[in-house]
Every structure is written in C-alpha cells, then in structure tokens.
Design a binder for this molecule. Sequence first.
Ligand code: C2E
Ligand code: MG
Ligand code: MG
Ligand code: MG
Length: 291
Amino acid sequence: RAKSTGHNLYFVYENKMADNINAHLTLGGGLRKAIDEEEFVLHYQPKIRLPDEAVVGAEALIRWLHPELGMISPDQFIPLAEESGLILPLGEWVIRRACRQLQAWREAGYPPIKLSVNLSSRQFMQADLVDMVQRILQETGVDSEYLELELTESMLMADAQQSIEKLHGFRKLGLTLSIDDFGTGYSSLAYLKKFPIQTLKIDRSFIHDLGLDSDNDAIVKATVAMANSLNLKVIAEGVESRAQVDVLNSYKCQEVQGYLFSKPLCSHEFALYMDTHGFSNLSASIEADYV
Ligand code: C2E
Ligand code: MG
Ligand code: MG
Ligand code: MG
C-alpha cells in the first residue's frame, strides 16, 4: 500500500468513501427484501398536553431492524426508499401498522389517543394516496379522527394547488393534518391560510435555542400566538429540558414532544408509558400520595 503519510490519508478517504457507497448499496439492495420480510418496526413517541402534561397522542417513527446491522434510523433509509420508489409500499405499511396499533391499544382498554404518521414527498405525490388511506381506515376500523398526517412545508409547496386538493381529500375523510418541522421550509403565511391544516409542529432547532437567544424566543412566541389566533393546534418538538417547558407554557403552547418526557418507544414500552403517565399530573400526584 502507499507509504507516505499523504498517500495513507488518501487511502483513508478513499476507503471511507467506499464504505459509504457500500452502505448505500447494501441498504438499498436489502430494502426490497426487508419490506417483503417485514424487518421494520414503528416506535411511538408520546405527545404531551400542556399544562397538565397528560399523554394525548404519539408520533409513529419507523426503524429498520436489520438482521446484521441492527437498528437503522429512518434518516439512513427513507432517502433510499424515496429514490427507488420503495417508499410507496413502505409508506403504506407504516399507515397500516399505525392503524392496527391504534386498534390494539383500544382493544387493550387504553383511552383513545391520536397517532400521527409522517409522509414523505414521493408518497404525498402518489395519485391514489387518499383512497389508500381510506381503505386502510375501513379495513382496520380506525376512527379517522385519531389519525394525523405530518407533512413538511416543502412537500406542500412543491405543487401548492395540488396539495390543497389532496389535503381537502384527507379532510373529507376526517383526518387531521400537521405541518412538521415548521419554520425550516419557506411556506408563506398567505399559503398557510389556504392549506386546510389543523396543527403546526415547531421545528426542534427553535426549541433547542429557547431561552438562549432572544430573537429565537421571539420567533417561537410569535409562532405560537399566530397558531392560537388561527385556531391551529401548536406543538413543540425536541423538548429536552424543564426550562424549555416553562417557556413554552408561558407562551401558551398546547403540546410538547421530546426526550424530556420520553424517547420513541416500542409498542409494548409505549403501553407501559400510558399505564404510568396516562393521567393528568393532578391525578398522578394524588395517586402518589396514597402510595
Ligand atoms: P421528524 O418527523 O421530525 O421526527 C422527529 C425526530 O426527532 C425523530 O427522529 C425523533 O426520534 C427525534 N426526537 C424526538 N425527540 C427529540 C429530542 O428531544 N431531541 C432530539 N435531538 N431529537 C428528538 P427519527 O425517529 O430518527 O426520525 C427522523 C425523521 O425520519 C423524522 O423526522 C421523519 O422525517 C422521518 N421518518 C420517521 N419515520 C418515518 C416514516 O414512517 N415515514 C416517513 N416518510 N418518514 C419517517
Ligand atoms: Mg414528524
Ligand atoms: Mg419533525
Ligand atoms: Mg424532522
């Protein structure tokens, strides 16, 4: 192999690049098989209502349980699934799995919660998406008011007119629609008014800086106020500290989601979470007094 330091460096880079390409090909090639063999799971991250901190919902987040590589995060394979078009069967699997899980919790006696599912851009462009969701709701018996779809600004803005029609299709089914990572895209306020959406989810980059940067705080405060006056529900993602919750409470933010409350959990862990946190703080502390 190369003897000089310079060459070694070169080889290191080259190998790194080869590793990346290999990972890309290995994952991409395995994706089809992984779909057929259902190597995926959904994890569920609780959504917490303010100020009482009751669990009122969850976001479904996909993971790939790769037989050799272990758990792979969606950021690593969703882009591959988008490129190859496999996002369509995979996305359908996610919606069906989420609806079945809602029914399973229901049958186990849990109070109803709202479950949200992320859509990707190619999936959102799928012509029969609304029909497909309707079919899954019928097949699983889920009441559409308990299913929410998370979309991003860039997905909506790609073809705004068509998006509006599609969103109205979902609204007719009775689903709720949320804009994910709000503030990172560039949707105009004028369009926000035209899209029939019910929820704004403030991107975690803004939440991360809460209390550290007054301009950032002003943006979050104004976004929450705007959402409240437009009668949109507003939720903050990536909440990691009590200090952030305090600020969000003072702004009248309605819901929070983040590691402070829980990381995304497998279905079994999520059920346990509901067992212990399913009540408002008040009833929880009353129970605690009896222990
Ligand atoms: P997202 O929809 O914005 O989801 C939030 C991400 O932030 C999740 O990462 C979640 O685990 C993470 N997160 C939650 N709380 C905190 C916190 O307090 N701090 C920090 N630093 N991070 C937190 P995850 O599960 O790796 O998902 C990444 C992205 O992959 C999602 O971003 C979403 O865009 C996409 N994704 C996940 N599941 C699906 C899916 O089923 N279909 C599609 N199309 N995309 C998905
Ligand atoms: Mg999301
Ligand atoms: Mg998000
Ligand atoms: Mg995100």
